[in-house]
Design a protein around this ligand. Structure first.
Ligand code: PMP
Length: 419
């Protein structure tokens, strides 16, 4: 039975008695001094925005509906069935047969940390290709957990040749080499062919970030000999942010399950996560953490859409729409930041800031008058580029034309700076 104090409070609330009176009448039973914030007594409001930045992208109704289903327990057999489906969906999206395939409970950064924390032990050498913010981030993550970090550096938009990579591998003898496939801060899609073989020649594992490129640009985990690959839910997959697919090759599993030290993070420890995802061959899955049930429903639906569409169709479609968009940008007199079309990321286009314009003013104008999110640069590309993402559900010529019209309008109406 409910205690009397709770009953009387419920009765007061039901009669809509002002909270102050309710509190004073229950003085002695309650010691709260902070009243409910006024904002919490107003309904949630969310504007509609065209999310044409580098992510998140708009979520189609089908995926929103999947995420809005009544939740079930994170350890229910049906949930495990859904997680098994997600694993198969990721294996398809990554083109891998890796058993150690799962989705992290968390954003892309969770997958980055999971990869580094589980593979690397303190004092080991890590080599990071830094040509934008994502290399910088992974270098910092590795440094924080005590790795010896070496970096290969290029300005945003630059890429590394296999000869440069080989030279650095032979010099630093790292246990792990990190490369960003879709460098969303600069708009570059990095070549991956041959890099896996080079890494293996030097007894190194290859870690690739495909957060911004998965589903939009060709990537074949097993064929390209990538040892650890991760992505995010909120870009071309079009699920809400908050889950992050990741997969580990057998070589990667061998390294991470034969460590001398435990990984620094309990939450991201793959020994536990592999059991939670039913990947460790043990008969029982044991509670480790409460996975984001709604996020997994949505992720499953987004992977189902990719499977129905077909990976190759999705790659082709992103490229076609991107080419239409790039041509339109050039017709407006804008310059693409990545000159070589083959190195342009189809999902996130970077435009060099047009001379004489203030990029912040343009972005604010476009948001105000067109309800469209484009963004500026990120990390080392700030002040160099504006970024426009047309991914998954958002990727079509009608949206590209709308984005071009918004840019044309901003170019006409945003005051030119005097310089
Ligand atoms: N890598 C790349 C290439 C990204 O574009 C992003 C997100 N913009 C991340 C990693 C980090 O993902 P998240 O914001 O989901 O943590």
């Amino acid at each position: 039975m409910m205690p009397r104090s709770v009953l009387s409070r419920c009765a007061l609330l039901a009669q809509q008695v002002p909270l102050e009176c309710a509190l004073s009448s229950t003085r002695g039973m309650s010691s709260i001094t902070i009243p409910p914030p006024a904002c919490m007594l107003r309904p949630l409001e969310t504007p509609f925005r065209y999310l044409f930045g580098p992510g998140p992208s708009n979520v189609p109704p089908r995926i929103l509906a999947a995420g809005g289903r009544p939740i079930i327990g994170h350890m229910h057999s049906e949930m495990f069935g859904i997680m098994d489906d997600i694993k198969k969906g990721i294996q398809y999206a990554f083109q891998t047969n890796n058993n150690m395939t799962l989705a992290m409970s968390g954003s892309g950064h969770t997958a980055m940390e999971c990869a580094v924390f589980n593979i690397v032990e303190p004092g080991e050498n890590v080599l990071v290709a830094v040509n934008g913010i994502w290399g910088e981030r992974v270098a910092e993550i590795a440094e924080r957990m005590g790795a010896k970090v070496h970096s290969l550096n290029k300005a945003p938009g630059g890429h590394f040749t296999n000869a440069e990579i080989e030279q650095a591998l032979s010099k630093h003898k790292p246990v792990l080499f990190f490369l960003t496939h879709g460098e969303s801060s600069s708009g570059l899609v990095h070549p991956v062919d041959g890099v896996g073989d080079l890494c293996h020649k030097y007894n190194c594992l290859l870690l690739v970030d495909s957060v911004a490129s998965l589903g939009a640009a060709p990537l074949l985990m097993d064929q390209q000999k990538i040892d650890i690959l991760y992505t995010g839910s909120q870009k071309a997959l079009n699920a809400p942010p908050g889950t992050a697919p990741i997969s580990f090759s057998e070589r990667a599993c061998h390294k991470m399950f034969n460590r001398k030290t435990k990984p620094v993070s309990y939450l991201l420890d793959m020994t536990h996560l592999s059991n939670y995802w039913g990947n460790d061959g043990k008969p029982n899955r044991i509670y480790h953490h409460t996975g984001p049930v709604s996020g997994f429903f949505a992720l499953r639906e987004s992977l189902a859409i990719l499977a129905e569409t077909g990976l190759e169709n999705s790659w082709r479609h992103h490229k076609e729409v991107a080419q239409y968009f790039w041509k339109g940008l050039e017709d407006l007199g804008l310059k693409l930041f990545i000159k070589d079309e083959d190195l342009r990321l189809p999902s996130v286009t970077t435009i060099a800031i047009p001379e004489g314009y203030n990029w912040k003013e343009m972005l604010t104008y476009i948001m105000k008058h067109h309800q469209m999110e484009f963004t500026g640069g990120l990390g080392p590309s700030v002040g160099m580029v504006m970024r426009i993402g047309l991914m998954g559900y958002n990727c079509n010529k009608a949206n590209a034309a709308m984005a071009l019209a918004a840019l044309e309008d901003a170019l006409k109406n945003c005051r030119k700076t005097k310089s």
